[in-house]
Ligand binder design. Sequence first.
Ligand code: NAP
Length: 320
Amino acid sequence: MPPSILLTSCVPSSVLTRLKTVGQVELATDHLTPAALQERVSGKRALVCVTTDRIDSAVINAGCDLEIIANIAVGYDNIDLAAATGQGISVTNTPGVLTEAVAELTWGMILSVTRRMVEGDRLIRQKAWKGWALDFMLGMELSGKQLGIIGPGRIGRAVAARAPAFGMEVVFASRSRETVVASEKPLVPLDELLVTSDIVSLHVPLKPETRHLINRQTLARMKRSAYLINTARGPVVDEEALNWALDERLIAGVALDVFEREPEVHPGLLQRSNVVLVPHLGSATHETRVAMADLAARNVEAVLQGRPPLTPVVQADTKP
Ligand code: NAP
């Protein structure tokens, strides 16, 4: 009897073909509620899921035959890791293959918000543009400014690598020195980064200690002329506090790819011209999504064939 695999999203045909050589694939075409996930995971030996699937302890208990949970994402905050590890289930993610895509989107968002591109697009479509003027829709130039990167991991460093092209200086803030050893960029305390940076870009994983890392206190430390960019995870920013900070004009603007309660967005943010909203597109390129799905499938293949997974969520990733 071939092992059965539950797949919660459509994947490219090449990836589906790979999975079908490993086992019997059951594809859930609609988004699965937690109850439906519990029902469908029963009897499966592998679960291939995405960041919007909540793989909590109830799902893991229902999937008592699971050998692997392969998340098609680099973050794994949607999975109860302790419950999975307790059941001896391998949990894998897809690090590395999406780094460039997220870094590119981050720069798109930096440019969009500082040069008011989305705001300008809306103005033209509303037929409200009266023509060129010397003082019209001025933004902030990047050249000579400081980019503060919180979380100098794969994506944070890829964003930093593009900064010289825009004439920007980079500083990093991290909870440890390990991830910046190979970098020549200065590592500064978080507060110093907030106080001195013109752009603050978030690249930390969502963990208990990074939830609401950006809150009323940290927002109040930023320059009034500074911009905040979030392509990490929504709950890293307290959206209520962000809305307050924008009301108080404590920062100049914000660009968000991720939100606290996706797909909902804080209503206050929707009204503002200095807020750029992107519907969680960080890794959304053809190339990257194929690579992510393929890596997840290769992890399933390895584990179901008795080999170690290629990209397990390792203990070092889960350190408190
Ligand atoms: P990574 O290589 O593991 O980098 C994470 C970085 O965050 C590391 O430098 C880590 O350094 C740092 N960090 C962890 N906890 C921290 C804390 N409390 N304070 C400050 N820094 C902290 O991960 P990655 O591949 O760059 O991905 C980063 C995150 O991007 C993912 O976890 C995911 O949530 C998000 N992401 C979003 C999208 C999207 O579609 N928008 C796509 C992919 C990824 P230390 O451990 O040394 O502190």
